[in-house]
Design a protein around this ligand. Structure first.
Ligand code: PLP
Length: 282
């Protein structure tokens, strides 16, 4: 495997510096070895990128994306969704100082992803956090265009004289993908310090910009590393299309040359691929 090129790392770092951050996420997150899992599997060596350690609202991958998406000067009112992590991370961001008194948060809460929800569903995990962070919750169906549901909510708020700032499903758009390139840059920098080049980065993929950011970053500094997304939404075509769309747009924004095929979704494609959710995954 090729040695990680420090000039490439520096170049990507420079490109990312052009995008402001609010400072919501505590970065960098650690890269830790998993010796017992590695011993259990025999090979390869397995490491974990501790994206659970990003801090605010119990951390998670969405904070990097929010950090970039909410840094736009016109930021007003975020409107996201479901009992997934990004909702409660967005809700928690509201409490990050400086906290203007006019900021209020409306969440589109998707219903129907887990059928049937257990009795504890509404009072635990992210559903509980959304309430503790003081968000106003709006129930919308899980099926269909999730961003359309958020847009409808934004229209309704506008008709009441509010000025909503819309955060899309999963904090996924081109800017969200740019935000997530920083995770790849950290991984590459940490691996360079540890003197190895990862063969593959495996992660879950849903709204798409996590994989898009990883694929764009890898195309730039880890060209021999495969980025393998596991589709957790069980919508392989939609997820692959979104990954491709955000990756192409983010690469353009960062002025990164992405090789043809590097950001292709779909099982089996090289470098960035999307695998279906396993039947036993819930
Ligand atoms: C830990 C983690 N990684 C990745 C994802 C998927 O990210 P994305 O929605 O950007 O595809 C999720 C989705 O909720 C997640 O919880």
């Amino acid at each position: 495997m090729a040695i990680i090129n420090t000039a490439d790392l520096e170049r990507l770092q420079q490109q990312l510096r052009r995008f402001a951050r609010v400072g919501l996420a505590q970065l960098p997150t650690p890269l830790e070895p998993l010796p017992r899992l590695t011993a259990h599997l025999g090979e390869p060596r397995v490491w974990v990128k501790r994206e659970d350690c990003t801090g605010l609202g119990f951390g998670g991958n969405k904070l990097r994306k929010l950090d970039t998406c909410c840094a736009k000067p016109s930021t007003r009112v975020p409107i996201p969704w479901c009992r997934a992590g990004w909702c409660s991370r967005t809700a928690s961001a509201r409490w990050q100082p400086p906290r203007p008194s006019w900021v209020c948060l409306h969440l589109a809460v998707y219903h129907g992803r887990v059928e049937p929800p257990s009795p504890a569903y509404e009072s635990s995990g992210n559903a509980l956090l959304n309430r503790l962070f003081g968000a106003t919750l709006h129930a919308v169906p899980w099926l269909g265009d999730r961003n359309q549901a958020i847009d409808r909510l934004a229209d309704e708020l506008r008709s009441r004289g509010r000025r909503p700032y819309v955060v899309p499903y999963g904090v996924s758009n081109a800017l969200g993908a740019v935000g997530y390139v920083s995770a790849l840059l950290e991984i590459a920098t940490q691996c360079a310090t540890l003197s190895f080049t990862p063969r593959a980065i495996v992660h879950c993929s849903g709204s798409g910009s996590t994989q898009a950011g990883l694929a764009v970053g890898a195309a730039s500094v880890l060209p021999d590393t495969d980025v393998v997304g596991i589709d957790i939404d069980a919508e392989p075509e939609r997820v692959a299309t979104d990954v491709r769309k955000y990756a192409v747009a983010a690469a353009e924004m960062l002025d990164v040359a992405v090789r043809r095929g590097a950001c292709r979704g779909g099982r089996g494609s090289r470098r960035s691929s999307l695998w279906p959710r396993s039947r036993s995954h819930h």
